[in-house]
Every structure is written in structure tokens, then in C-alpha cells.
Design a binder for this molecule. Structure first.
Ligand code: NI
Length: 174
């Protein structure tokens, strides 16, 4: 397994729309394992393929609690087929926007259809943290970031800050 470098804001790659996975094979499962290793290493609770530069509709999550056993889950070509009217607010962060957190309101529970790591069709009803995490990651597949759900003023400030940081990183590499 390999830890992959994370793509950071404001890299335009993050704004790409990812393409459906056409075949679930060993190469894809290996890539899913790399994604999980990258997520655990960060550490984070969710990661979309585009965050390591692969524009594929695929994500991994693990929303188990610290004291619980690890529960890695792979979602391939996930689609939200039902949203609850009830909404809840979580403080979200993103591995592509390190050390920035903001409250985001989203539907409290969702139903997702997807393929698992064996390529079998699955339906999952998720609520709580899992629902928020899945919505955040599925947004990534359409080039949407959690900062798109906060005020424009806050969003512009974050983008400005990360643009400056990216310039500093580029300068250091000269
Ligand atoms: Ni994210």
C-alpha cells in the first residue's frame, strides 16, 4: 500500500467532475487500499479519489469511534437517492483544506446506492456523522468543496489564505 500526496486548495484539479468507475478489479481495489492508507495517515475520516488526483467516482470513509475497531468502507459510483427533510449541522474539515473548519448544514440522513469493493450493488441508509461524511465526499466527485456551503465572505478568505500558502510552497521549491 502507498500513501499518496494530497491535492490541496486552490488546485483546480479539486474542481473537476469525476468519471464513473467502469470496472471493479484488483487494480481498483489496490487503489482503494492506497486511499484508505492515505486517509488513516492524514488522519481523516473520509477521502475522495480526486483528492489524490484520480478523477474517479470513488471514496473511502471510516467513521468508527477512536475506541472502536476500524471500519473502512469503500463506495464506488455512489449516488444519493434519498435526502431527509430534517437537517443537522456538523463542524467539517477537509484533507484538501488542512486546519480549516466550519459549520455546514446538510440533510440529517440519506440513502446511498453504490458498488462495494467487490463490485456488488449496495444500498445504505446513513445518518449522523456517516451521513455528513458521505455527503461531503460525494460532493468532491462533482468538484464541490465544503467551503461552497459557507458564506461567500468566509469562502473568499479561505481561498485567499490557501492561494498564498500555495505560492509560498512553490517559492520554497525553487
Ligand atoms: Ni474533503
Amino acid at each position: 500500500m502507498t500513501i499518496k500526496p494530497l491535492i490541496l486548495l486552490p488546485d483546480p484539479v479539486l474542481r473537476q467532475r469525476s468519471k464513473p468507475v467502469e470496472r471493479v478489479d484488483d487494480a481498483l481495489r489496490g487503489f482503494a487500499d492506497d486511499m484508505l492508507e492515505t486517509m488513516y495517515d492524514a488522519p481523516g475520516i473520509g477521502l475522495a479519489a480526486i483528492q489524490v488526483g484520480e478523477p474517479l467516482r470513488m471514496l473511502v470513509i471510516d467513521v468508527s469511534k477512536e475506541e472502536e475497531e476500524k471500519k473502512p468502507q469503500v463506495f464506488i459510483n455512489p449516488r444519493i437517492v434519498k435526502n431527509s427533510d430534517e437537517r443537522s449541522v456538523y463542524e467539517e474539515g477537509c484533507l484538501s483544506i488542512p486546519d480549516y473548519y466550519a459549520e455546514v448544514e446538510r440533510p440529517s440522513s440519506i440513502t446511498v446506492e453504490y458498488l462495494d469493493r467487490d463490485g456488488s450493488e449496495q444500498t445504505l441508509q446513513a445518518d449522523g456523522l456517516a451521513a455528513t461524511c458521505l455527503q461531503h465526499e460525494i460532493d468532491h466527485l462533482d468538484g464541490v468543496l465544503f467551503i461552497d456551503h459557507i458564506s461567500k465572505l468566509k469562502r473568499d478568505m479561505v481561498i485567499k489564505k490557501f492561494t498564498k500558502l500555495a505560492k509560498q510552497r512553490a517559492a520554497v521549491r525553487l
